[in-house]
Design a protein around this ligand. Structure first.
Ligand SMILES: Nc1nc2c(c(=O)[nH]1)N[C@H]1C(S)=C(S)[C@@H](COP(=O)(O)OP(=O)(O)OC[C@H]3O[C@@H](n4cnc5c(=O)[nH]c(N)nc54)[C@H](O)[C@@H]3O)O[C@H]1N2
Ligand SMILES: Nc1nc2c(c(=O)[nH]1)N[C@H]1C(S)=C(S)[C@@H](COP(=O)(O)OP(=O)(O)OC[C@H]3O[C@@H](n4cnc5c(=O)[nH]c(N)nc54)[C@H](O)[C@@H]3O)O[C@H]1N2
Ligand code: SF4
Ligand SMILES: [Mo]
Length: 755
């Protein structure tokens, strides 16, 4: 073989299977990804990957990739349409909904997954152009409780520095499998090996992370609020809080201290299933530390008292003075913010369901409920892209029904999903390796990095990037014409500055050009970008905004220039660089400048939280009943799960069917062994899973993996389903009273052996 053999060439991109987006290099043989290795030059992941990245070809070349637009017929079958017809019909249908029911009755869902957020900028253009105000995405079933709390406490998002923290706390989080910060497993092992640093894991199961912990608190299901309250109670009682620091940096401290002083430490510890000594030991270890970083995740965000626990853990790091110190919690910059805190403390209410709209997102459990309510204000259309809500939201049956109930539903995806299979129109997108993409997850501090990817393959024949789909839709709906765009293209070809001036003038003349932001940028600046990067054009605007807001910190990250020139320099670097680039560089002292509270202090005084805390005295820990005596965790991250991004079951090296894990004692009392079949019944439904007797489980607690129960049909025809789809077992009304986030980790269930 010569050294020009294309199969030996390495192409830089990232893994898209979780939010870490580790930099990888891949080899290609025609369209097959044949080899994958970590990219050592990547600024954030530095060569790190987990085992999943090696299997990316199962995403890129899934047998169920769609290669033509499809339209559903009355009998539920699909016909293929040519692109022009599909775009024209979808455009007409959307305008028709606005004309018939008035604006604001289209619900937009999705806009990005673990690896692709540029798509969301085009979704935003569609929403502003059509007056779509109702939107939601997966964050509204996991992180809106957190956002409710963070908005009130900080006015912005915060993240820990686990690479540096003296004590790292993982609360309902199993980073060994789910990751969540750069080089996760390496860092976990480093903490475990260091006598001066400690790891605290609070989990119902003895996880792979728990095995590395210095303090493992195996909390009883439903016990986290009691446990966190007990830790806070001990801290206050033993006078371990950072009194001077709090006086300077926090408000509402007295109210919080008074509330925590009421906690009956011994009683709550016991109710949480943890000894009082362990609780006090952890409180003292935390108080001794120079820095504490805490990572909460689904184990508490999808369990009872979720919003309260989100508050309690933040109150804890605040009372310890661990904000804005190296290794502690801190706010950070974002190229495009994932959360919106503007309405924090004064959230609008959904006109159909009456629920709070946090971070601008309709709570996920409300979407189907609203559409099926018959309410005159209900949504009449669903526009879904890069998401699989029939599978991923609570009560799949209701979401399926809602999709058939609306006047029109449109899905943009790379494969035929459970959601696409209910849609009126399915539009096939180019994959994330066939267009420019990136995510806005990065929360680095003091340096924040961002990685823009170039396509490593041409779009699969018949597919289009979302940029192109949205652009064609906008043109088909008559929102923008080539005549509008032509002068802007000429200006863009001249310079960014000429474009900026021309665009401002044109949008003043025709506001729709401003509303369509991302589409206009794609059609103009996009055409000036090197091969395949057109979809990234909206990041020119985002780079400008970041440079305007944080000029010193963007310059400190290595870019020169003032005003627009600085933003241009950042954008050019993003476009040119495949290893990721720093976007801002701060000093720890800046942490308080990033707060968006009125006085840039941390606010501890949230009366709703004190009320819920006080109500724990009379609350039950477990929410099970005699009929449903087990607590089911419906959706656990394991070695071979990746939401619903991987559909081919053969990507899984083990746990082929996604076993129901249960303790030895529970297995014995049911009379089952590993490999036997077990029927799981909940208030919502029933399913049969293969059992796995597993000594990491507590008695009375069982778990099923997420992302299972997907249909796959390599040879065409009826899809074959592997494992249990967790949301066939979950209900719409089982959710947090404040944020509306589902309690998927605490689903009361009944188990029976299947003969
Ligand atoms: N391998 C893999 N990694 C992923 C994903 C994936 O699908 N697969 N998905 C990504 C996504 S979208 C997300 S949001 C993250 C989620 O990441 P995690 O939240 O870490 O994942 P889970 O396994 O769902 O839940 C975490 C832990 O919560 C524990 N738990 C369950 N109930 C309780 C409880 O009542 N209290 C406490 N304290 N713990 C409890 C479980 O035992 C589990 O260890 O993972 C990301 N990473
Ligand atoms: N019971 C239960 N339910 C859960 C969870 C749980 O733990 N338990 N976890 C929840 C969590 S935390 C999350 S984040 C959600 C995730 O659920 P979803 O938000 O629905 O996201 P994914 O499963 O990641 O699916 C993303 C979709 O994007 C498609 N896709 C991939 N690349 C592209 C592309 O380039 N363009 C387009 N248009 N589409 C593309 C994929 O084919 C897939 O259909 O699931 C949630 N559901
Ligand atoms: S799954 Fe996540 S941690 Fe693993 S290689 Fe991919 S991006 Fe990195
Ligand atoms: Mo998630």
């Amino acid at each position: 073989m010569s050294d020009t053999d294309p199969t030996l060439e390495w192409h830089k991109t990232v893994c898209i299977l979780c939010s870490n987006n580790c930099g990888v290099e891949v080899r290609l043989d025609e369209r097959q990804i044949t080899r994958v290795r970590g990219n050592k030059a990547h600024v954030a992941s530095k060569g790190y990957t987990c085992e999943k990245a090696l299997r990316l070809n199962h995403y890129q070349n899934a047998a169920t990739r769609i290669t033509a637009p499809m339209k559903r017929l009355d009998d539920g079958s699909y016909i293929e349409l040519d692109w022009d017809t599909a775009i024209a019909e979808v455009g007409e249908a959307l305008l028709g909904v606005n004309a018939t029911h008035g604006p604001g009755k289209i619900m937009y869902y999705g806009g990005g997954g673990q690896g692709n957020h540029l798509v969301g900028t085009y979704g935003a253009a569609l929403r502003s152009a059509l007056g779509i105000t109702r939107k939601s995405n997966a964050l509204a079933q996991e992180k809106t409780g957190e956002a409710w709390v963070e908005g009130r406490m900080y006015g912005t998002h915060t993240h820990g520095e686990f690479h540096e923290a003296e004590v790292s706390v993982f609360l309902g989080k199993n980073p060994w499998h789910s990751h969540g910060f750069d080089e996760t497993r390496r860092v976990l092992k480093e903490i475990a090996a260091d006598d001066d640093r400690s790891m605290v894991v609070i989990d119902v199961r003895r996880t792979e992370t728990a095995d590395l912990a210095d303090y493992f608190l195996q909390v009883a299901p439903g016990g986290d609020a009691f446990l966190m309250a007990a830790i806070l109670g001990a801290l206050v009682e033993e006078d371990l809080t950072a009194t001077e620091w709090l006086a300077e940096n926090a408000v509402g401290t007295e109210a919080a201290l008074a509330a925590f002083a009421e906690v009956p430490v011994a009683d709550y510890a016991e109710r949480a299933g943890i000894t009082e000594d362990e609780v006090r030991g952890v409180a003292r270890r935390l108080a001794r530390a120079k820095s504490v970083s805490i990572y909460e995740d689904l184990g508490i965000e999808m369990a009872p008292h979720s919003t309260l626990i989100s508050y309690l853990q933040r109150a804890l790091s605040t009372l310890l003075g661990s904000y804005g110190v190296e290794g502690g919690m801190t706010a950070h910059t974002s190229l495009v913010p994932v959360f919106n805190y503007r309405a924090s403390g004064n959230e609008p209410v959904d006109p159909v369901t009456g629920s709070a709209i946090i971070s601008g997102l309709v709570p996920c459990n409300d979407i189907a409920e609203g559409i099926l309510s018959g309410h005159p204000e209900r949504s009449r259309a669903l526009f879904i892209e890069s998401a699989n809500p029939v599978h991923s939201l609570a009560d799949s049956a209701s979401f399926r029904k809602a999709m058939r109930e609306v006047d029109v539903s449109v899905v943009i995806d790379v494969v035929m999903t459970e959601t696409a299979a209910e849609a009126d129109y399915v539009l096939p997108a180019a994959s994330q390796y066939e267009k420019a993409e990136m995510t806005f997850f990065s929360a680095g501090f003091p340096t924040n990095y961002s990685t823009m990817r170039a396509p490593i393959l041409d779009p699969l024949e018949g597919t289009l990037s979302e940029a192109e789909i949205h652009s064609r839709l906008a043109k088909a709906m008559g929102l923008v014409t080539d005549a509008d765009l032509e002068p802007l293209r000429v200006a863009a070809a001249e310079s960014y500055d000429a474009f900026a001036a021309a665009y401002m003038a044109a949008a003043a003349d025709k506001p729709m050009l401003g509303a369509l932001g991302a589409v206009v940028l794609y059609e103009t600046i996009g055409r000036t970008l090197p091969d395949g990067m057109a979809m990234a054009a909206p990041m020119w605007f985002s780079s400008q905004q970041l440079a305007m807001r944080y000029p010193e910190q963007v310059r400190a990250a290595g870019y020169d220039g003032e005003d627009a020139a600085l933003g241009n320099a950042l954008f050019d670097a993003l476009i040119a660089n495949r290893d990721g680039v720093p976007i801002t560089r701060h000093e720890h002292g800046d942490s308080f400048n990033l707060l968006r509270t009125p006085d840039q202090k941390i606010n501890l005084d949230i009366p709703e939280m004190f009320a819920e805390l006080a109500s724990l005295t009379t609350s039950d820990v477990r929410l099970t009943t005699d009929d449903f005596p087990f607590v089911l965790s419906a959706g656990e991250r394991r070695g071979f799960t990746a939401n619903t991004i991987m559909r081919d079951p053969s990507w899984r090296k083990k746990d082929a069917e996604g076993a129901l894990r249960l303790s030895e004692a529970d297995a014995a009392s049911l009379g089952v062994e590993s490999g036997d079949r077990v029927r799981i019944t909940t208030a919502a439904g029933s399913a049969v899973a293969v059992a796995e007797v597993n000594n990491t489980m507590q008695d009375g607690h069982v778990s099923l993996p997420n992302g299972m129960g997907l249909g796959y049909s390599p040879a065409g025809g009826e899809p074959e389903i592997t494992g249990v789809a967790p949301n066939e077992l979950t209900s719409l009304d089982w959710k947090d009273p404040i944020a509306g986030t589902p309690w998927h980790k605490h689903v009361p269930a009944k188990l029976e052996p299947v003969g």
